[in-house]
Design a protein around this ligand. Structure first.
Ligand code: ASP
Ligand code: MG
Length: 320
């Protein structure tokens, strides 16, 4: 049987009608190759921020139930718009909300966990040859209240759907084309990483990298779904997050807040040369430490004073 492809597009990829056209083209190209396609969308641009702001302007005591009812609308707008466009382009498609797509969660509003996905409706629609477009970030609890999965949660919807549908992998399209060895906005020679293990990606996320919703990586690992992050706007190769572990290769350096620096890579605990270089760097710069921890996949250093981007740049140069 042809494979099911799960494609997720982030908020900046669907920000306006023009961007929706580009997204539609990407989708139809994949559909035309004979794949069954499930699309997951975020809300358009800064819609979610705007809705939160507006709710707080109405009340100083917004209930979490109503906030989720409101926030879920953002994704309903982007998905229905895309479906309108695809239908107009001659492609059969249907938009489904979280509950229509069978996504059941616990009742923790604003930070709900997916507990079960009933894929019957999605599979029926795919069977009819439709492109199925599912709202990211939302589900329904056992009392049929709408829930949301936490900011950035559309990634988690996508990977959970990929797992439930036994898709081969899950594509996450956004305005960045992958995960980098350092923040590319700050470090000019930061390089794109081709492969990361789930564990490495979880370390990166928990150290502040805003590439993926952390829970989507946990689900990817649990169900062995490779997650491929790619740019919506070019054909560049992205970053693959999977079980595929390249031994003892240093992957990334990341700066959290201002004073905690972490270096990630499987087996880093045995990379004595690297550890020595890092210690030499700290000594040379006379940086005061609060903490220095090494684990199997991470060196985590907490500095007493604020570490500026110049220092991170130098450290990056030493390591890579
Ligand atoms: N729209 C939600 C947010 O802005 C979910 C997402 O984009 O993944 O957080
Ligand atoms: Mg996101």
């Amino acid at each position: 049987m042809d494979t099911i492809m799960v494609l997720k597009f982030g908020g900046s990829s669907v920000a306006d009608n023009e961007k929706l056209q580009l997204v539609a083209k990407r989708i139809t190209k994949i559909y035309d190759k004979g794949n069954r396609v499930v699309v997951v969308l975020s809300a358009q641009g800064k819609t979610t921020d705007k809705l939160i702001k507006e709710a707080n302007e109405l009340s100083s005591n917004v209930t979490s139930r109503e906030l989720d009812a409101l926030l879920s609308c953002g994704e309903q707008m982007s998905t229905s718009k895309l479906s309108i466009l695809l239908n107009y382009m001659g492609y059969p498609s249907i938009s489904l909300t979280g509950w229509q797509a069978g996504i059941f969660t616990n009742d923790t509003n604003q930070n709900a966990n997916i507990v079960k996905i009933d894929t019957t409706r999605i599979l029926n629609e795919l069977e009819k040859g439709k492109i199925v477009i599912v709202t990211g970030f939302q589900g329904i609890d056992k009392n049929f209240n709408i829930t949301t999965l936490g900011r950035g949660g559309s990634d988690t919807t996508a990977v959970a759907l990929a797992a439930a549908l036994h898709a081969e992998n899950c594509y996450i399209f956004s305005d960045v084309d992958g995960v980098y060895t350092a923040d590319p906005n700050k470090i000019v020679d930061a390089k794109k990483i081709e492969n990361l293990s789930y564990e490495e990606m979880m370390q990166l996320s928990s150290e502040g990298a805003k590439v993926l919703h952390n829970r989507c990586v946990e689900i990817g690992e649990k169900f062995k779904i490779p997650i491929i992050t790619k740019s919506t706007f070019n054909e560049e190769k992205g970053t693959v997050i999977s079980d595929n572990i390249e031994d003892n290769k240093v992957k990334s350096i990341i700066k959290k807040e201002v004073s905690r620096v972490s270096i990630i890579g499987n087996g880093i605990i045995r990379n004595f040369d690297l550890i020595e270089q890092i210690i030499n760097f700290i000594r040379k710069k006379e940086l005061e430490l609060l903490n220095f921890e090494i684990s199997e996949t991470k060196i985590s250093i907490v500095f007493k004073n604020i570490i500026d981007d110049e220092n991170i740049k130098e450290l990056h140069q030493i390591i890579f």
